[in-house]
Design a protein around this ligand. Structure first.
Ligand code: KIV
Ligand code: NA
Length: 267
Protein backbone atom coordinates (compact mmCIF):
# COMPACT_ATOMS: atom_id res chain seq x y z
CA UNK A 1 0.00 0.00 0.00
CA UNK A 2 1.23 3.46 -0.93
CA UNK A 3 1.90 6.33 1.46
CA UNK A 4 -0.24 9.45 1.40
CA UNK A 5 1.35 12.28 -0.59
CA UNK A 6 0.91 16.05 -0.64
CA UNK A 7 -1.80 15.80 -3.26
CA UNK A 8 -3.82 13.40 -1.03
CA UNK A 9 -3.46 15.93 1.81
CA UNK A 10 -4.58 18.84 -0.38
CA UNK A 11 -7.67 16.88 -1.47
CA UNK A 12 -8.79 16.45 2.15
CA UNK A 13 -9.92 20.10 2.20
CA UNK A 14 -13.63 20.21 3.00
CA UNK A 15 -13.82 16.39 3.30
CA UNK A 16 -11.82 15.23 6.32
CA UNK A 17 -9.79 16.91 9.03
CA UNK A 18 -6.04 16.51 8.64
CA UNK A 19 -4.26 14.83 11.57
CA UNK A 20 -0.64 15.90 11.90
CA UNK A 21 2.07 15.49 14.57
CA UNK A 22 5.78 16.17 14.67
CA UNK A 23 8.24 13.27 14.58
CA UNK A 24 12.02 13.34 14.82
CA UNK A 25 13.04 9.70 15.30
CA UNK A 26 12.32 6.25 13.84
CA UNK A 27 10.65 4.66 16.90
CA UNK A 28 8.29 7.59 17.47
CA UNK A 29 7.52 7.79 13.74
CA UNK A 30 6.55 4.08 13.82
CA UNK A 31 4.15 4.72 16.71
CA UNK A 32 2.52 7.82 15.15
CA UNK A 33 2.38 6.65 11.52
CA UNK A 34 -0.77 4.46 11.58
CA UNK A 35 -2.83 7.27 13.16
CA UNK A 36 -1.62 10.34 11.28
CA UNK A 37 -2.16 11.71 7.78
CA UNK A 38 0.88 13.92 7.94
CA UNK A 39 4.12 13.73 9.93
CA UNK A 40 6.19 16.87 10.22
CA UNK A 41 9.91 16.69 10.91
CA UNK A 42 9.80 20.13 12.50
CA UNK A 43 12.74 22.35 13.30
CA UNK A 44 11.18 22.31 16.79
CA UNK A 45 13.57 19.33 17.05
CA UNK A 46 16.17 21.86 18.19
CA UNK A 47 14.16 22.85 21.24
CA UNK A 48 12.61 19.46 21.96
CA UNK A 49 15.58 17.11 21.47
CA UNK A 50 18.62 19.40 21.64
CA UNK A 51 17.68 21.79 24.46
CA UNK A 52 18.01 24.91 22.29
CA UNK A 53 16.05 27.98 23.40
CA UNK A 54 14.80 28.75 19.88
CA UNK A 55 14.82 27.07 16.46
CA UNK A 56 17.38 29.53 15.09
CA UNK A 57 20.34 27.20 15.73
CA UNK A 58 18.92 24.26 13.79
CA UNK A 59 20.91 23.30 10.68
CA UNK A 60 20.16 21.59 7.37
CA UNK A 61 22.39 18.68 8.48
CA UNK A 62 20.19 18.16 11.56
CA UNK A 63 16.99 18.27 9.50
CA UNK A 64 18.41 15.80 6.96
CA UNK A 65 19.47 13.36 9.69
CA UNK A 66 16.10 13.48 11.48
CA UNK A 67 14.23 13.36 8.16
CA UNK A 68 16.05 10.12 7.27
CA UNK A 69 15.30 8.68 10.69
CA UNK A 70 11.57 9.43 10.39
CA UNK A 71 11.33 8.07 6.84
CA UNK A 72 12.71 4.73 8.09
CA UNK A 73 9.68 4.42 10.40
CA UNK A 74 6.86 5.44 8.05
CA UNK A 75 4.59 3.30 5.86
CA UNK A 76 1.39 5.35 5.69
CA UNK A 77 1.68 9.06 6.44
CA UNK A 78 2.91 11.86 4.19
CA UNK A 79 6.22 13.26 5.52
CA UNK A 80 7.28 16.90 5.36
CA UNK A 81 10.64 18.22 6.57
CA UNK A 82 11.14 21.82 7.78
CA UNK A 83 13.65 24.02 6.00
CA UNK A 84 15.64 25.47 8.93
CA UNK A 85 16.53 29.11 9.56
CA UNK A 86 19.06 30.46 7.06
CA UNK A 87 18.60 27.69 4.50
CA UNK A 88 16.01 29.42 2.27
CA UNK A 89 15.58 33.13 3.06
CA UNK A 90 18.53 34.41 1.00
CA UNK A 91 17.13 33.60 -2.46
CA UNK A 92 14.77 31.27 -4.24
CA UNK A 93 17.81 29.47 -5.66
CA UNK A 94 19.18 28.87 -2.17
CA UNK A 95 15.76 27.60 -1.09
CA UNK A 96 15.68 25.25 -4.09
CA UNK A 97 19.14 23.81 -3.32
CA UNK A 98 18.26 23.27 0.35
CA UNK A 99 14.91 21.69 -0.48
CA UNK A 100 16.45 19.37 -3.09
CA UNK A 101 18.99 18.26 -0.49
CA UNK A 102 16.25 17.38 2.00
CA UNK A 103 14.12 15.62 -0.64
CA UNK A 104 17.06 13.59 -2.03
CA UNK A 105 18.72 12.73 1.27
CA UNK A 106 15.56 11.84 3.17
CA UNK A 107 13.00 10.72 0.58
CA UNK A 108 10.39 13.02 2.16
CA UNK A 109 7.33 14.26 0.25
CA UNK A 110 7.99 17.98 0.52
CA UNK A 111 9.34 20.81 2.66
CA UNK A 112 7.87 23.44 4.95
CA UNK A 113 9.05 27.01 5.17
CA UNK A 114 7.94 29.95 7.30
CA UNK A 115 6.83 33.18 5.67
CA UNK A 116 4.03 35.05 3.94
CA UNK A 117 4.13 37.58 1.11
CA UNK A 118 7.92 37.84 1.27
CA UNK A 119 8.22 34.09 0.55
CA UNK A 120 5.54 33.80 -2.16
CA UNK A 121 8.01 34.07 -5.03
CA UNK A 122 10.19 31.37 -3.45
CA UNK A 123 7.24 29.03 -2.94
CA UNK A 124 6.17 29.48 -6.56
CA UNK A 125 9.73 28.80 -7.74
CA UNK A 126 9.95 25.56 -5.73
CA UNK A 127 6.50 24.25 -6.65
CA UNK A 128 7.08 24.95 -10.37
CA UNK A 129 10.27 22.87 -10.12
CA UNK A 130 8.78 19.82 -8.45
CA UNK A 131 9.02 20.56 -4.75
CA UNK A 132 5.76 20.45 -2.77
CA UNK A 133 5.71 23.26 -0.20
CA UNK A 134 3.86 23.38 3.12
CA UNK A 135 3.40 27.04 4.08
CA UNK A 136 3.57 28.45 7.61
CA UNK A 137 2.05 31.79 8.62
CA UNK A 138 0.98 33.57 11.80
CA UNK A 139 3.50 33.02 14.57
CA UNK A 140 6.80 32.20 12.89
CA UNK A 141 9.31 30.89 15.44
CA UNK A 142 12.32 31.48 13.16
CA UNK A 143 11.58 35.23 13.40
CA UNK A 144 11.75 35.20 17.21
CA UNK A 145 14.69 37.61 17.26
CA UNK A 146 12.96 40.31 15.22
CA UNK A 147 9.29 39.74 16.00
CA UNK A 148 9.39 40.06 19.76
CA UNK A 149 9.02 36.48 20.91
CA UNK A 150 6.41 33.77 21.16
CA UNK A 151 2.93 35.33 21.56
CA UNK A 152 -0.42 34.87 19.87
CA UNK A 153 -1.17 37.10 16.88
CA UNK A 154 -4.09 38.73 15.09
CA UNK A 155 -5.40 40.82 18.00
CA UNK A 156 -5.10 44.16 16.21
CA UNK A 157 -6.58 44.92 12.78
CA UNK A 158 -3.13 45.63 11.44
CA UNK A 159 -1.74 42.30 12.65
CA UNK A 160 -4.78 40.45 11.31
CA UNK A 161 -4.51 42.12 7.91
CA UNK A 162 -0.86 41.09 7.56
CA UNK A 163 -1.58 37.45 8.39
CA UNK A 164 -4.60 37.44 6.05
CA UNK A 165 -2.42 38.72 3.19
CA UNK A 166 0.37 36.26 4.06
CA UNK A 167 -1.95 33.25 3.97
CA UNK A 168 -3.47 34.36 0.67
CA UNK A 169 -0.04 34.89 -0.90
CA UNK A 170 1.20 31.47 0.23
CA UNK A 171 -1.93 29.74 -1.09
CA UNK A 172 -1.71 31.65 -4.40
CA UNK A 173 1.94 30.66 -4.73
CA UNK A 174 0.94 27.00 -4.75
CA UNK A 175 1.49 25.64 -1.23
CA UNK A 176 -0.38 22.32 -0.79
CA UNK A 177 -1.37 23.22 2.78
CA UNK A 178 -0.65 25.98 5.28
CA UNK A 179 0.25 25.86 8.96
CA UNK A 180 -1.42 28.67 10.91
CA UNK A 181 0.37 29.10 14.23
CA UNK A 182 -0.59 31.13 17.31
CA UNK A 183 -3.46 33.02 15.72
CA UNK A 184 -6.83 34.17 17.10
CA UNK A 185 -9.88 32.12 16.17
CA UNK A 186 -11.89 34.52 13.95
CA UNK A 187 -8.88 35.16 11.75
CA UNK A 188 -8.01 31.45 11.48
CA UNK A 189 -11.64 30.77 10.52
CA UNK A 190 -11.66 33.52 7.90
CA UNK A 191 -8.40 32.34 6.33
CA UNK A 192 -9.59 28.72 6.31
CA UNK A 193 -12.74 29.76 4.46
CA UNK A 194 -10.83 31.86 1.95
CA UNK A 195 -8.05 29.50 0.80
CA UNK A 196 -8.51 26.37 -1.31
CA UNK A 197 -5.90 24.28 0.53
CA UNK A 198 -6.10 22.81 4.05
CA UNK A 199 -5.10 25.03 6.96
CA UNK A 200 -3.36 23.11 9.73
CA UNK A 201 -3.66 24.86 13.07
CA UNK A 202 -1.39 24.96 16.08
CA UNK A 203 -2.73 27.40 18.63
CA UNK A 204 -5.11 28.52 15.90
CA UNK A 205 -8.51 27.25 17.09
CA UNK A 206 -10.72 24.40 15.85
CA UNK A 207 -11.67 26.48 12.81
CA UNK A 208 -8.69 25.16 10.81
CA UNK A 209 -8.97 22.17 8.47
CA UNK A 210 -6.52 20.13 10.51
CA UNK A 211 -4.35 20.15 13.60
CA UNK A 212 -0.68 19.73 14.41
CA UNK A 213 1.05 19.48 17.79
CA UNK A 214 4.60 18.77 18.85
CA UNK A 215 4.28 15.09 19.81
CA UNK A 216 6.55 15.45 22.85
CA UNK A 217 4.17 18.19 24.11
CA UNK A 218 0.99 16.12 23.74
CA UNK A 219 2.71 13.07 25.25
CA UNK A 220 3.94 15.00 28.28
CA UNK A 221 7.58 14.28 27.43
CA UNK A 222 8.57 17.92 27.01
CA UNK A 223 7.83 19.68 30.28
CA UNK A 224 10.00 22.83 30.24
CA UNK A 225 6.83 24.84 29.58
CA UNK A 226 3.26 24.18 28.39
CA UNK A 227 1.71 26.67 25.96
CA UNK A 228 -2.05 27.30 26.33
CA UNK A 229 -2.77 25.51 23.05
CA UNK A 230 -1.25 22.18 24.16
CA UNK A 231 -3.40 19.38 25.51
CA UNK A 232 -1.56 16.57 27.25
CA UNK A 233 -3.03 13.33 25.91
CA UNK A 234 -0.59 11.41 28.12
CA UNK A 235 1.80 12.19 30.96
CA UNK A 236 4.83 10.17 29.90
CA UNK A 237 7.27 12.41 31.78
CA UNK A 238 6.27 11.19 35.27
CA UNK A 239 6.07 7.63 33.91
CA UNK A 240 9.70 7.84 32.76
CA UNK A 241 10.76 9.36 36.12
CA UNK A 242 9.22 6.59 38.18
CA UNK A 243 10.62 3.86 35.90
CA UNK A 244 14.12 5.31 36.27
CA UNK A 245 13.65 5.67 40.03
CA UNK A 246 12.74 1.95 40.28
CA UNK A 247 15.74 1.00 38.16
CA UNK A 248 18.10 3.04 40.34
CA UNK A 249 16.68 1.48 43.52
CA UNK A 250 16.96 -2.06 42.12
CA UNK A 251 20.54 -1.56 40.94
CA UNK A 252 21.60 0.00 44.26
CA UNK A 253 19.87 -2.77 46.25
CA UNK A 254 21.39 -5.54 44.08
CA UNK A 255 17.89 -6.66 42.92
CA UNK A 256 18.68 -6.04 39.25
CA UNK A 257 19.90 -7.82 37.23
CA UNK A 258 18.23 -11.02 38.56
CA UNK A 259 18.77 -14.64 37.51
CA UNK A 260 16.47 -14.35 34.47
CA UNK A 261 18.56 -11.47 33.09
CA UNK A 262 21.84 -13.31 33.54
CA UNK A 263 23.77 -15.45 31.02
CA UNK A 264 25.08 -18.77 32.31
CA UNK A 265 27.48 -20.96 30.36
CA UNK A 266 25.54 -23.17 27.88
CA UNK A 267 26.34 -26.87 28.41
O1 KIV B 1 8.74 22.85 13.96
C1 KIV B 1 7.55 22.52 14.22
O2 KIV B 1 7.28 21.61 15.03
C2 KIV B 1 6.49 23.24 13.51
C3 KIV B 1 5.07 22.92 13.85
C4 KIV B 1 4.76 23.07 15.28
C5 KIV B 1 4.11 23.57 12.97
O3 KIV B 1 6.79 24.03 12.67
NA1 NA C 1 8.94 24.53 12.44
Amino acid sequence: QKRLNTSSIRKMKGKARVVCLTAYTTPIAKLLDPHCDLLLVGDSVGMVLYGMETTVGVTLDMMAAHGRAVMRGVQHACVIVDLPFGSYQESKEQAFRSAVRLMQETGCDGVKLEGGEEMAETIEFLVARGIPVFGHVGLMPQLVNTSGGFRSLGHSDQEAEKIRRDAQAVAQAGAFAIVIEGTVEPLAREITASVSVPTIGIGASPACDGQVLVSDDMLGLFNDFKPKFVKRFAELGPLVSSAVESYAEDVRAGRFPAAEHTFQVRK
